[in-house]
Design a protein around this ligand. Structure first.
Ligand code: UDP
Ligand code: MG
Length: 163
């Protein structure tokens, strides 16, 4: 194992996860997989920060619904660290569309909506959690939401066995 395989990834509990009171259950899955929580904070998303965070989506039809969903209430932003953290966290999170997300994944277990239903209603797909899609996106997103002094270095006592 080289240090290059240790990554940081950005996650956010979306307003539906905060309001449904399922943050603990979701975080439990990341923690038991051995990922280290390096940063965590509750924030109210603004238009400016969402335009940066979702820069690849701002011109898409679903963006307006997505932005209004993400501002419905506070989100909880976090940084997770671990071996191939970006890929591993996406694996735990599952497919974007809840309908297609496999049982056992976070989105598969906690949501079931389809793109079709969301589009018909003119709303965003409420899928409880955001996770960076690739290492470049992760670095960018960590920088958008966190100052370096908000990210903490400490040792998990079980790192010897699970990281
Ligand atoms: N989204 C949506 N309608 C769509 C596609 C995406 O509401 O047709 C929302 C959904 O909440 C998704 C987010 O926009 O999680 C970002 O989309 P992306 O394709 O980047 O999916 P993710 O990386 O979150 O899996
Ligand atoms: Mg994405």
């Amino acid at each position: 194992m080289t240090e290059d395989t240790i990554e940081r990834t950005f996650i956010a509990f979306k307003p539906d996860a905060v309001q449904r009171g399922i943050m603990g259950e979701i975080m439990h899955r990341f923690e038991r997989a051995g990922l280290r929580v390096a940063a965590l904070k509750m924030v109210q998303a603004t238009d400016n920060i969402l335009e940066e965070h979702y820069s690849e989506h701002v011109d898409k039809d679903f963006y307006e619904g997505l932005a209004s969903f993400m501002k419905e209430g506070p989100i909880v932003a976090g940084v997770l660290e671990g071996v191939n953290a970006v890929e591993n966290v996406r694996k735990l999170v599952g497919e974007t569309e809840p309908r297609s997300a496999m049982p056992g994944t976070i989105r598969g277990d906690f949501t079931h909506m389809s793109y079709e239903h969301a589009d018909e209603k003119g709303v965003a797909v409420k899928n409880v959690i955001h996770a960076s899609g690739n290492p470049e996106e992760a670095e960018e997103e960590v920088g958008i939401w966190f100052d370096e002094d908000e990210i903490h270095d400490y040792e998990r006592v079980d790192e010897y066995h699970i990281a």
